[in-house]
Write a protein that binds this ligand. Structure first.
Ligand code: ATP
Length: 764
């Protein structure tokens, strides 16, 4: 058609040497960088490949297609919210109930024997952690870790195999229940972001074909770009569900994970987060009446610290800044240590197989259980503070009931064990206790320091085990401990100030997350949303800014570090300084471009695909005067579809005639998200078929992006990053210009005419 021809003509530019290098034999060499990210990751095609099949499909669409498409996007945004909300409720319900039963049983037993109680406690934890690591290693390896670095990579344009599959979703949900319920030093919030992304991706591709859970009616999101938008909604939904922080979820998606943002997307993400908030709230209301076992008021993250400090004085800015600095230092140290340990694990431990991974997780579970049970036993109990009779606070209270004054292994009846309230408790309850607003100075510095050192070490060691693991909650626990310590010092040295230690715990939590994850705005909003305390917003902003600045001085954020370690080639939003002094040609030095002729022999295509791992090949054609013209780019995945279907094979080495193009529709070329896709080794061709020809023109992208060889690399980087490209052709300076497009040429009326006359008159 006319549009197609125009595009073909547009892309007919000579190659770097003036003549396109037709492949001299099939085995053209692949560059050394090839080995860099072998197998595990593959770029996504955010650029729509406007090949013949695509254009055909566009032309055949009815007028109802666009409204249906828009409606379905919104409907999916709704489903993502409902699905993620339900997943969050299910995980929380299961974790709270498992933890609740575990602690109730243990506490009941320790009334008679501490030793038997200890054994039951570690065995229950071990069973839960074993279930988690077993699910992950045997069934869903991609469910290990938080999943946020991989999702960040996906939204940056890189697909990690296995990360968005149905079994990963199932592994993530059930694995999180085991790992969090088993008391490891990790949280369920990162996994919930991954869960939301998996739900979104599965909906986007119309379900899981492998498990026959799909429908053609909803398979209309065929481009990676549409799926990217849905996955962004899923990430926001994950945070909104994890923290009951809908606005925080939107900002998290915007600040932390996604690399492209549009106002349309903002609305949809906002809508999804709002849906999550409603679903989660409905569940909470339903469970309030005790229908959900141990999952009740304390069953979801919301650490209401109302009743605490409502204002601050200028003298507090210094201690608050100190909290920020500590957060930056400890956060950066956490990132560095986890980086070293993850590297070491990969090199020496995880290579040895799944059994070693299972053994490692079980060993860490045993250590964590032992430390959390035994350390409080070694701690001397403190006498109860003087409490007003109508305060509603009980001291001491029996183990297994809420509060800060648990009588755990205390010799006297009116004593409590402060370390037990944070160490020998579920994480959510421990945080609630650390944040608690009424200042009774219930924690001793000794207990807090013991907890800080031990929990920090456990969190570092646990990070990277083969179980689903988030870092938000451990980060909050670590931060709130030293925050509370600083708060205690402030109370001691600034006696006149009305300072609340729980408030400082909150600031500490914000500072550690800022120092490790390097988020600012989203974290600030999340902290405000989960604590219902708006008064302290300026202080939270201050600690976040300081901790991020201090952390940035030492290393990158946790997710960026981990993404790099996993071989995910993330592109930052800005090019490196050195790129300003380089040009496009420098970036592809010594490259021997592997091209294919328009009509290629099947055997040659097969050999090219076997000889390298590139995913895109320029297609060249001999012009009428014998010169070579580049007519587009074909993707490896599309070549594989053609080789497998065989319907386009022809006997003659000439361009095909009309009619041959009706054999495919666009969806044939769509690859399911995060699947490995086809491999050339899976395709079997007879000798006869290998001798046939294939005309590639209808299947190529006729308008790939091109840049002149002397364009600065920084400019190429920005183009690549901003448009979400996968390939750019580098070409010599064109010899002539056929036209020039300005802003005004793009202001088209509905009938296709330019609206320039009026504009020109006004601009004069
Ligand atoms: P992606 O991995 O992002 O999907 P790709 O697989 O097409 O893209 P790689 O093979 O990963 O590209 O690229 C590795 C190196 O090979 C890069 O330096 C790239 O410029 C180069 N390269 C890619 N395609 C070709 C090709 N057809 N001929 C020669 N070099 C290529």
């Amino acid at each position: 058609d006319g549009i197609g021809m125009a595009r073909l003509a547009w892309s007919r530019l000579p190659t770097a040497d003036g003549a396109a290098p037709l492949p001299e034999g099939p085995a053209a060499s692949a560059p050394a960088q090839d080995e860099l990210f072998v197998g595990a990751v593959e770029s996504l095609d955010y650029e729509v490949i406007e090949n013949y099949a695509y254009r055909e499909e566009q032309a055949q669409r009815s007028k109802f297609w666009v409204p249906y498409y828009i409606m379905l996007k919104w409907f999916f945004a709704l489903l993502i919210g409902v699905g993620t909300g339900l997943a969050a409720i299910f995980i929380n319900l299961a974790v709270e109930n498992f933890s609740g039963w575990k602690f109730t049983l243990t506490f009941a037993i320790i009334q008679h024997s501490y030793f038997v109680g200890f054994l039951v406690y570690i065995l229950l934890n071990l069973a839960l952690v074993f279930s988690s690591v077993y699910i992950v290693t045997q069934f869903a390896p991609a469910a290990a870790g938080s999943g946020i670095p991989e999702i960040k990579g996906y939204l940056n344009g890189v697909d990690t195999h296995g990360i968005l599959l149905f079994r990963t979703l199932v592994g993530k949900i059930f694995g999180s229940i085991g790992s969090v319920g088993g008391g490891l030093a990790l949280g369920k919030e990162g996994p919930l972001v991954h869960t939301g992304a998996c739900i979104a991706s599965l909906l986007g591709q119309g379900g899981s074909a492998k498990y026959h859970l799909n429908s053609r009616w909803v398979q209309i999101f065929e481009s990676d770009r549409d799926r990217r938008d849905l996955v962004t909604c899923g990430c926001a939904a994950g945070v909104a569900a994890a923290f009951r922080a809908p606005v925080g979820g939107v900002l998290f998606a915007l600040e932390e994970v996604t690399s492209w943002w549009r106002s349309h997307l903002m609305w949809r993400v906002f809508f999804t987060s709002a849906v999550v908030a409603v679903v989660v709230r409905s569940a909470m209301n339903w469970c309030d009446s005790g229908k959900c076992g141990h999952f009740g008021a304390g069953g979801f993250i919301i650490w209401d610290i109302s009743g605490g400090q409502e204002d601050y004085s200028y003298q507090e800015l210094l201690p608050v800044a100190i909290i920020g600095v500590i957060g930056g230092l400890l956060g950066a140290l956490f990132n560095q240590l986890t980086l070293y340990i993850t590297k070491w694990r990969r090199t020496y431990l995880h290579k040895k197989g799944k059994r070693v991974q299972i053994f490692e997780a079980c060993l860490i579970s045993l250590i964590t259980s032992t430390v959390s049970f035994v350390l409080p036993l070694l701690r001397k109990c403190s006498p109860c503070p003087e409490l007003e009779t109508n305060s509603g606070i009980q001291c001491p209270h029996p183990p297994g009931t809420d509060g800060n004054f648990v009588n755990f292994y205390c010799s006297k009846d009116n004593e409590y064990n402060d370390l037990a309230t944070i160490f020998f408790n579920s994480q959510d309850d421990a945080i609630r206790n650390l944040f608690s607003a009424k200042t009774f100075h219930e924690y001793s510095a000794q207990s807090l320091i013991t907890f800080l050192v031990m929990f920090y070490s456990l969190a570092v060691v646990t990070f990277g085990t083969a179980v689903p693991a988030g870092q938000f909650v451990p980060g909050i626990m670590i931060g709130s401990t030293y925050g509370r310590l600083v708060g205690m010092s402030v109370v001691k040295f600034y006696k006149k100030l009305n300072v609340d230690e729980g408030t400082y715990a909150l600031l500490g939590a914000a500072s550690f997350l800022g120092g490790s994850m390097r988020m600012t705005v989203s974290l600030c909003v999340i902290m405000v949303e989960i604590t219902n305390n708006l008064q302290l917003l300026p202080l939270i902003m201050l600690v976040l800014l300081i901790s991020k600045a201090v952390g940035d001085f030492f290393n990158e954020g946790l997710y960026e570090e981990q993404a790099r370690l996993k071989g995910i080639p993330l592109l930052d939003s800005r090019p490196k300084q050195v790129m300003r002094n380089m040009n496009a040609k420098d970036a592809c030095k010594n490259q021997k471009v592997v091209c294919l002729p328009r009509v290629s022999r099947v055997v040659d295509i097969v050999s090219v695909l076997q000889s390298n791992k590139h995913n895109g090949f320029p297609i060249v054609e001999r012009g009428q005067n014998g010169e070579s013209l580049v007519i587009g780019l074909i993707l490896r995945s599309h070549l594989l579809v053609l080789l497998q279907s065989k319907v386009d094979f022809q006997n003659t080495p000439f361009p095909c005639g009309p009619g041959i193009l009706n054999r495919h529709n666009f969806s044939d070329f769509v690859k399911p998200a995060s699947s490995k896709g086809k491999s050339i080794d899976d395709i079997h061709l007879t000798d006869e078929e290998l001798g046939l020809y294939l005309d590639l023109a209808p299947f190529l992208n006729p308008s790939p992006y091109i840049v002149p060889e002397d364009m600065s690399l920084a400019k190429v980087y920005n183009l690549f990053r901003q448009l979400g490209l996968r390939h750019i052709f580098v070409v010599p300076r064109p010899s002539r210009v056929v036209g020039l497009i300005t802003r005004k040429d793009l202001l088209l009326e509905e009938d296709g005419n330019t609206a320039t006359t009026e504009l020109q008159s006004t601009s004069v």
